[in-house]
Design a protein around this ligand. Sequence first.
Ligand SMILES: Cc1cc2nc3c(=O)[nH]c(=O)nc-3n(C[C@H](O)[C@H](O)[C@H](O)COP(=O)(O)O)c2cc1C
Length: 217
Amino acid sequence: MDLFSAMKDRKSARAYLDKPVLRKDIDEIIGFAGLAPSAMNLQPWEYVVTHGEEKNRLVRRLIKAREVRQVPCGPGTIRPLPAKYSGRTRKSFFLMEPCIAELTKSFSAFIEMGSCSFYGAPVAIIVVIDRVFPKIRFLDIGISVSYLLLAAHAKGLATCPIGLITAYSEEIADSLNIPDEKEILLGIALGYPDHASPANRFKIPREDIKEIFRWYD
Ligand SMILES: Cc1cc2nc3c(=O)[nH]c(=O)nc-3n(C[C@H](O)[C@H](O)[C@H](O)COP(=O)(O)O)c2cc1C
């Protein structure tokens, strides 16, 4: 698969087959994530991978924490979003909602429960960074995560980045023995996509290129 096709075709999957992912494939995908460039070659990314009974234990813990705290899926901004951004989210909601409605009545419950259970994927990856780093290093992590998502896609696997679980960082850290000096930035579901599920039927569009760049000459 060439890089441009991978970039165009990759999409987040929210339903997975009950099919294990080989350890060597996970190693290879994480290896690609580690090839990303980083400021001063710091390579500040760290990936905590869990599967099998350990992943199930983490999911049970997250679901329990969600039952208590019910953190909604939102942009987490300090002010209401300008219309330009909220419009993009609304557009994707209108695309996703009719498909999710075939599975369950509540869209938000689907996303919140699904996120906390890594949408049933056999592998859950937790992305962490040492707190010694300033927030600007999150940028390096984002680049590495992009490599990971594309590498997984190129191997016929699917992913879903899951930011929502950071609301339950304490439970994740406790469950996986992640020390205090590490900050949890993201979860990633990894597995073989269930193409038959309505949850994977849509492809979220992007803005026209003219909306995202300015050209000066
Ligand atoms: C940093 C980040 C956090 C995300 N968090 C969640 C999440 O908590 N739950 C979820 O279902 N999707 C989550 N997503 C997936 C986005 O909704 C998805 O990437 C976006 O709608 C574009 O769709 P696509 O990935 O299918 O192209 C997240 C994506 C990113 C990059």
